[in-house]
Design a protein around this ligand. Structure first.
Ligand code: GLC
Length: 589
């Protein structure tokens, strides 16, 4: 299904590029700044100048960004080679997914040593150099911290499983079965089947929310917390800017081990659907977050805690900041980015919720990451994918949110799932085939050039195949195409960095009952111009009128800052003409 969509969207991409580039007489993306040069982030531009509030955080999956040694797998030196390009794009931080030593069952999310670098990615010296070189370019480095579980090859678990009276026994979650061959309860792994694995040597079961090779740590044991916080200090001392906390909501389980509720239907692995209220989002998580925040806050330089927080609603999300704003600074808002259809009302509602219901805290919007099919395919309709990707970019970069950008999103990389079960790398794709093909599709190598392996590697075979569209979809080609998605991202980032209203302004929804055009005002906190953003989310043209006097905007004309639909430079707010899927933003006062 996804593959088909992907192929269709390549075609759509080409068509839409032609359409956008061909708007009569108007240079692509015309506005005040047609050829953005990248200036350093302004210093002290507002009273509350915390770097991560304005940041674009770029997620790098180290296996897939750049291979420097020709083994077909990306590495740290490779990322270093691409730092100039990332700086030119305009990012502020890199979130590196795990690069610690690991058996790679879950491609690094199964860590066997928290204080070293996997030789496949390089050495500690390479890491230090990477952080230092990034810093020179004003790019901070954020690490992925996996605190819920370790690898089963981690010495802690090797010890823990060795005997029931080993001092590390209680570092993991060991229980007796219900009866012979029966696990302690019905809990299921996120990755299919029982979350309990029997260990014959000590005749007990251990709990794993994810793969059996990822035993859960026992967070009721204070020694576990102490050890993990020491790991955190180890990396803070090496100069990292913070952490993305993996699976942070699943640290604790119901101490009474009560069964999860069974829900109707079956999942992709053929197991009955389950509620997860006994194993996810337990309140004890927040005590850990408060303690962790104290550790991080003891360091200078505005270090940041980001959470992988898939939560059902904005109320739950708001909780993750802490009652006294003393937990996560940036829990990921998955409400906006995972709507998965261009639904104006839904976007409006959720953007507004992030603005009004997070108690003034900073949202972090995420459309793409290494666990979900790419937004190109989730939002694309198979015909207008490129234009829709421009809208996604605009929502990500012109709302008040901190922005998370996944490598390749900026060029419109497509999801390329494996064609056969034998080709699958991500184990869930093997367990769940064909309903669940795993996450390989969104982890294919970065497409830099039209050359061999898209410039990613010189190896005869790369760890995942390069997506077939790399000859036309890559950084090099798109850098020279005035209407490319890549340049659109660059323009948006430059504007976001330089425009005071986009940097700091409140995010006010306007025209709330328009079902076709999503629009909001970024109100300048000072006396300068505000920015009105309008996006036609349909395949038909729409002309919209804006009356902004209630928001203190008296002038009835706007001056275009950036657009991709041939909108004139100076326009009347009574008649903003938006071609299909056009994005327009203008200065208003
Ligand atoms: C998170 C990661 C995912 C990983 C899982 C288990 O969800 O993003 O890639 O498989 O945790 O660590």
């Amino acid at each position: 299904m996804l593959l088909k969509l992907g192929l269709r969207s390549v075609l759509a991409n080409i068509l839409t590029m032609v359409l956008l580039a061909g708007v009569a007489g108007v240079p692509a993306y015309a506005g005040s700044n047609e050829n953005p040069t990248i200036s350093p982030a302004p210093k002290n531009s507002s009273s509350d100048d915390v770097w991560w509030k304005h940041a674009v955080i770029y997620e790098v999956y180290p296996r897939s960004l750049q291979d420097s040694n020709g083994d077909g797998i990306g590495d740290l030196k490779g990322i270093l080679e691409r730092l100039d390009s990332l700086q030119a794009l305009g990012i502020n931080a890199i979130w590196l997914t795990p690069m610690y030593p690991s058996p790679q069952v879950d491609f690094g999310y199964d860590i066997s040593n928290y204080e070293a670098i996997d030789p496949m990615y390089g050495t500690m010296a390479d890491f230090d150099r990477f952080v230092a070189e990034a810093k020179k370019r004003n790019i901070r480095v954020i690490l992925d911290m996996v605190m819920n579980h370790t690898s089963d090859q981690h010495p802690w678990f090797v010890e823990s499983r060795s005997s029931r009276d080993n001092p590390k026994r209680n570092w993991y979650v060991w229980r007796d079965g219900k009866g012979p061959g029966q696990p302690p309860n019905n809990w299921q792994s996120e990755f299919g089947h029982s979350a309990w694995t029997y260990d014959a040597r000590t005749q007990q079961w251990y709990y794993h929310k994810f793969y059996a090779q990822q035993p859960d740590l026992n967070w009721n044991n204070p020694d576990v917390q102490q050890a993990m916080f020491d790991v955190v200090r180890f990396w803070l001392n090496r100069g990292v800017a913070g952490f993305r906390l993996d699976a942070i909501t699943t640290l604790f389980e119901d101490p009474q081990l009560r069964d999860e509720k069974i829900l109707p239907g079956k999942n992709a692995y053929g197991d009955p659907n389950q509620d997860d209220s006994r194993t996810d989002n337990l309140p004890q998580v927040q005590d850990v977050l408060r303690a962790l925040r104290k550790v991080v806050d003891a360091y200078p330089g505005q270090r940041v805690l980001i959470g992988e927080t898939y939560l059902p609603n904005v109320r739950e999300l708001a909780r993750m900041y802490g009652k006294n704003n003393d937990e996560l600074q940036l829990p990921m808002d998955m409400q906006v980015g995972l709507i998965n259809r261009l639904d104006v009302n839904e976007f409006r509602k959720r953007i507004d919720e992030a603005e009004t219901q997070l108690h003034g805290n900073q949202p972090l919007f995420v459309f793409d990451n290494h666990d979900n099919p790419r937004s190109w395919d989730r939002y694309g309709d198979g015909i207008h994918n490129a234009a829709i990707a421009h809208i996604v970019a605009a929502i990500l970069l012109t709302t008040r949110s901190t922005a998370l950008l996944y490598y390749g999103q900026e060029i419109g990389m497509v999801t390329t799932p494996p064609k056969t079960r034998a080709a699958v790398q991500d184990p869930i794709g093997k367990i769940g085939w064909p309903k669940e093909k795993g996450r390989d599709g969104e982890r294919t190598p970065m497409q830099w050039t039209s050359g061999m392996n898209a410039g990613f590697s010189t190896a005869a075979k790369t760890w995942l195949p390069v997506a077939p569209n790399y000859k036309t979809v890559n950084v090099q080609v798109e850098s020279g195409q005035p209407a490319s998605l890549y340049l659109w991202y660059k323009h948006l980032m430059a504007l976001r960095r330089e425009n005071p209203a986009l940097r700091d302004g409140a995010n006010i929804i306007v025209n709330p009952s328009d079902a076709n055009v999503l629009a909001y005002l970024r109100k300048n906190p000072g006396s300068g111009p505000s920015v009105l953003v309008a996006m036609n989310c349909t395949a038909q043209p729409h002309t919209v009128a804006f009356d902004l006097k209630n928001f203190g905007i008296k002038n009835k004309r706007a001056s275009t800052l950036l657009q991709n639909g041939g909108v004139a430079k100076d326009i009347s707010l009574q008649h903003v003409k938006l071609p299909p899927f056009a994005v327009w933003m203008g200065a208003v006062q």
